[in-house]
Design a binder for this molecule. Structure first.
Ligand SMILES: [Zn+2]
Length: 344
């Protein structure tokens, strides 16, 4: 981790189902400027791509006199096929099935772009600028608990794309085979227990059925209200988070046994309730992963692992990880491994 930061700037795009963010970034100064736009899905994908390209051009024209351009990075909801940059029935971009997003943006801009799934971009940021940097590790696996459960894997400073760009979909790992039907076509995926959407769905089901008197209320639950209720000690609300913690522990145990990485990071809004998630998460993880038991902090085989053992920790970067990761995509690995990068 001794490389010099590059002197140029990058432009990153975080394309979400609701919000579109475009930012300019340098390794020395961090985010120079961020443009916030709504994602105009109802106006069609051409309108969204026009907004996206307009934001890129605006920042390009503003900063190109000051810095050389390193490149343009774009994080998009998946599944995305790489290197073609083609979307495959993305649940958060309805109607975009088969859309060659990379080609279309490059055609409109007249410039090359680096495209990645949003979860992979977030994992890259958490590695280069968050927990990965704090612990000095070169690899990590990240789960982002939001609308769904995103997953990104960084191996030796590079996004692990898999052979078609679809690596890192552990949000759809089966936790309970007979669980609720998931949008991916399977049942009982991690996403069905640990996403914000899942927590709210479970709370509303329990409230309606009368199984959890502590959740009874006239209005439907929101993720925010449920988090507050859990923090304030509502036992039924806490129980939903504890169930999410169990599901995470089961899922992460399979990842630890498979990957043997030094760091697993949990991000997204749900991870803010880390204190409630963690006891059940670690109970399952220790039970189900002997690799974890052998390598957890303080275990005999942990001494040779950077960071001091297999670490499972909440993310450091919060909601900025998606846009920061997009900005980092064009940088070479050697520049990202620098200790000089900044989140400012
Ligand atoms: Zn699924």
């Amino acid at each position: 981790m001794t490389a010099e930061p590059l002197s140029g700037f990058s432009i990153g795009v975080d394309l979400g189902g609701t919000n579109l963010r475009v930012a300019a970034y340098t390794q020395h100064d961090g985010l120079l400027e961020t443009i916030h736009l709504p994602t105009r899905l109802s106006d069609g994908r051409d309108a969204v791509v026009d907004d996206l390209c307009g934001g890129i051009r605006q920042l390009h024209d503003k900063y190109i006199a000051q810095f050389p351009l390193v490149g343009i990075g774009i994080g998009t909801p998946g599944p995305i096929e790489l290197p073609a940059g083609r979307l495959h029935n993305p649940p958060n971009l309805p109607g975009w099935d088969g859309f060659r997003l990379k080609d279309e943006i490059e055609r409109k801009l007249g410039m090359p772009v680096v495209l990645e799934s949003d979860a992979n971009a977030a994992a890259l940021a958490e590695w280069a600028l968050g927990r990965g940097r704090s612990l000095g590790v070169d690899s990590l696996c990240m789960l982002t608990l939001g609308t769904g459960v995103g997953n990104g894997i960084i191996l030796h400073g590079k996004v692990w794309q898999g052979v078609t760009g679809m690596g890192g979909e552990a949000g759809h790992a089966t936790i309970y085979p007979d669980g609720p039907a998931c949008g991916c076509g399977s049942n009982g995926c991690l996403e069905m227990y640990a996403s914000a959407t899942a927590l709210v769905r479970i709370a509303n089901q329990l409230a309606t059925s009368g199984e959890a008197p502590g959740l009874a209320r006239p209005d439907a639950w929101t993720a925010r209200d449920l988090a507050i209720a859990a923090e304030e000690g509502n036992a039924d609300a806490r129980g939903i988070y504890e169930q999410a913690g169990r599901a995470l522990g089961i899922g992460i145990a399979a990842l630890v046994n498979t990957l043997n990485l030094p760091l697993y990071v949990i991000g997204g809004g749900v991870a803010a309730a880390w204190d409630i998630l963690a006891p059940e998460l670690f109970r399952e993880l220790r039970h189900r992963s002997y690799v974890y038991r052998l390598t957890e902090p303080g275990a005999p085989a942990s001494g040779s692992i950077p960071g001091g053992g297999t670490q499972v920790l909440p993310a450091e970067l919060g909601s900025e990880s998606g846009i920061l990761g997009a900005c980092l995509l064009p940088f070479p690995v050697s520049a990202l491994a620098s200790g000089e990068v900044t989140t400012a």
